[in-house]
Design a protein around this ligand. Structure first.
Ligand SMILES: [Fe+2]
Ligand SMILES: [Fe+2]
Length: 338
């Protein structure tokens, strides 16, 4: 299988890899020199230098900062007894950690594996070495996410759902299933580029809270610093990839990118409503909280803010010049409609 699981090695599709198409860059959009952000990776990467983050004792009252959990802006939630509030905070943290684990292992490392090992992607040797470094980083991010989830579960006695599939994976798979192999491969690379340039902003946001255990904040900080280097790589990779797409592929990509951004950033409101019901809210109250918190102008504005840098990279490549791409930006709330 050549796909999101990253099992390219040894698969039959390797012989007819659709990414053969990425061999010849458009002369007008030829690559600029690559400047690696990984020169001091051995001294700075979390996987090489950071200690294991261990929950401190005594534990803070909350497993995660309430100010960073959107539903805690709603009075129906802040009126709940503390054990139920802590349940919701822990579920938010678990969902984030599950999201991270699945993103790193299933999507990002799947793409990095190919970038590192296959010359057909046209990457220079320094870029392929950096792709390998990022695979080490991402594997470690998945490891410390699972480690922290288990620590929080044990320390706070709040169990996580057993089958917490990240919502973005379902949305991504729905998108990919109707595409031909070449379009699917390009879409996966675009999704990783989008996620790796969005993720450092979202991590910085998560690290602002002060009420969480120091170990949780340190883990988020470790991740954010590593992702800063990844961001630099993928900002360059966006140009590299774009230069290898033909006109039709660029048109398709321009329409797709808003959907990919939305798939990454949108909250799983169905799962959140389920958590709220488990915390004691009625079906109607849970729906009311999710609707009032997530379907309002503030969330749309935050999404535009989080996506602004990623969108700028693609706008500089003229990805959104077509009217249908503009319509998709509007559809997903990524441009303000006046
Ligand atoms: Fe990561
Ligand atoms: Fe990353």
């Amino acid at each position: 299988m050549c796909g999101t699981a990253g099992l390219f090695l040894g698969c039959e599709a390797a012989l007819t890899c659709p990414l053969q198409l990425l061999r010849s860059p458009d002369a007008e959009a030829a690559d600029q020199p690559y400047s690696s952000a990984f020169h001091s990776w051995d001294e700075k990467a979390s996987v090489r230098t950071a200690p294991r983050r261990v929950l401190e004792s005594p534990l803070p009252a909350h497993p995660f900062p309430p100010e960073l959990v959107p539903v805690f802006r709603h009075p129906l939630v802040t009126q709940l007894p503390e054990p139920q509030q802590n349940f919701l905070l822990a579920q938010h943290l678990y969902r984030y950690l599950d999201f991270t684990t699945q993103l790193e292992l299933v999507v990002v490392n799947g793409a990095l594996l190919k970038l590192a090992l296959q010359a057909e992607y046209g990457l220079s040797e320094p870029m392929r070495l950096d792709a390998l470094r990022m695979m080490c980083d991402e594997s470690y991010h998945a490891l410390f996410s699972v480690d922290m989830k288990l620590q929080v579960t044990r320390a706070y006695g709040i169990a996580a759902p057993t089958d917490a599939r990240a919502w973005f994976l379902t949305r991504l798979e729905r998108l990919l299933c109707d595409m031909d192999p070449t379009a699917r491969e390009v879409a996966k690379l675009l999704f990783v580029t989008v996620s790796e340039t969005l993720i450092s902003a979202s991590l910085a946001e998560h690290n602002r809270g002060t009420a969480a255990p120091a170990a949780v904040r340190d883990m988020l900080q470790d991740h954010a610093i590593d992702e800063g280097r990844h961001h630099v790589f993928f900002a360059y990779f966006a140009k590299h990839l774009w230069a290898r797409l033909d006109t039709a592929e660029r048109l398709h990509a321009g329409r797709l990118i808003p959907h990919l951004i939305d798939a990454f950033l949108s909250a799983d409101t169905g799962a959140i409503e389920g958590d709220l019901r488990s915390a004691g809210l009625s079906h109607d109250d849970a729906h009311q909280v999710a609707t009032e918190i997530y379907l309002n102008g503030d969330v749309a504005r935050q999404k535009r803010q989080a996506a602004s840098r990623t969108m700028r990279y693609f706008a500089e490549l003229d990805a959104f010049h077509d009217g249908s791409a503009q319509a998709e930006l509007v559809r997903y709330g990524l441009v303000e409609v006046t």
